[in-house]
Design a protein around this ligand. Structure first.
Ligand code: ACO
Length: 328
């Protein structure tokens, strides 16, 4: 049956307890709390213990979202995991989450880096509206610390680990509704943000590991400029698709990469900074998990409430970018 309206039926998140502050990082690389705070806005981030994989964080976030939605794992018809830091090349992390939460349904991963959560919301919205699946569990999880070069101060200070999840389904009476979605990508910019080795292009060798090619590499200032432009344009496009204007937005939940990026996006679309949700000071950039965790937080701490127009927007490696407009 074609569904007119899809809603978020439940939300959950899980952050590993271990906190790594900027002062802790001062002891690891040549950096300062002052540099990190003024250039990024980040004060601290969570780091998963050794032996904890993305699916561990993601499964806990998924359990919390199911509990919030008042649904059993067996009532889920599809699991989509968005991650930049999968447990392994294959099987998909979504399959490992399925095993951990004891669900019985198809499961696959989406690889859209930091844009993974709104990418998965866009795909899920289409599948539910088409009547293909009724309840979809979207989980965005990262143990990105496993892919950081802890000797590279230009990247290791930026990221953190965590997971967020939501259950999507036919909108409930008086519940929130997804109004519109938007996905974008530009593969010509692929080299600006990547992990070069470990795949079929550069299989892992002693040399590739000694050269650090299995770690995240980034052209920070180029990424910065594209993030501001594409996220700004995505916000404008997704509200247009909903038949609304930027002034109608009550809460913008952007990918939490850098406070200066968030402020520049708000400026670009003419949105007051106080409408922009920020938690990167506590968690850093959790890649795909950033917008998922921020949405869960904003829904539970009063930053969004019944009737709010909420817009999620993200940008990441690929380049990819995506946005979702939700009437709460
Ligand atoms: N501590 C101290 N100094 C540092 C550090 C550090 N942690 N990192 C870099 N520096 C130095 C650089 O070496 C440079 O020194 P130099 O002038 O002597 O060469 C100086 O600081 C300035 O470096 P810039 O790169 O110009 O600093 P910038 O103001 O651009 O900030 C940053 C760098 C924070 C990385 C910024 O460019 C940024 O946030 N970019 C976007 C990153 C991002 O969002 N990435 C994730 C995208 S999503 C995904 O898919 C993962």
């Amino acid at each position: 049956m074609i569904q007119e309206r899809v809603g978020i039926l439940g939300l959950g998140s899980y952050l590993p307890p271990k906190i790594l502050t900027n002062h802790d990082l001062e002891k690891i690389v040549d950096t300062t709390d002052e540099w990190i705070q003024t250039r990024t806005g980040i004060r601290e981030r969570r780091i998963a213990e050794k032996g904890t994989a993305t699916s561990d964080l993601a499964a806990e976030a998924a359990r919390r979202a199911l509990n919030d939605a008042k649904l059993e794992p067996t009532e889920i018809d599809l699991i989509i995991c968005a991650t930049t830091s999968p447990d392994m090349f294959f099987p998909a992390t979504a399959c490992l989450i399925q095993r951990k939460i004891e669900a019985k349904c198809p499961a696959f991963d989406i690889s859209a880096a930091c844009s993974g959560f709104p990418y998965a919301l866009g795909v899920s919205n289409g599948l539910i509206r088409a009547g293909t699946y009724r309840h979809i569990l979207v989980v965005a999880g990262e143990v990105i610390s496993a892919f950081l070069n802890w000797k590279d101060r230009s990247t290791c200070v930026l990221f953190g680990d965590g997971a967020g999840a939501c259950v999507l389904g036919p909108a409930r009476p008086n519940g929130n509704v997804i109004l519109s979605t938007f996905l974008g990508s530009d593969g010509t910019q692929a080299d600006l943000l990547k992990i070069p080795a470990g795949g079929s292009a550069i299989p892992p060798t002693k040399e590739s590991i000694e050269s650090g090619l299995h770690y995240i590499q980034m052209e920070g200032s180029e990424v910065f400029k594209s993030a501001v432009r594409t996220m700004g344009d995505a916000v404008i496009e997704v509200v247009k698709r909903a038949g609304l204007n930027v002034e109608d937005i009550d809460c913008l939940i952007p990918h939490q990469a850098n406070l200066r990026i968030l402020n520049a996006v708000a400026d670009r679309v003419n949105l007051p900074a106080e409408k922009v949700y920020v938690n990167l000071d506590r968690y850093g950039n959790m890649s795909a998990a950033s917008t998922a965790v921020a949405l869960d937080e904003a829904a539970s701490n009063g930053a969004i409430h019944k009737g709010s127009l909420v817009v999620l927007v993200a940008f990441g490696s690929g380049f990819t970018w995506a946005a979702t407009a939700i009437r709460w």
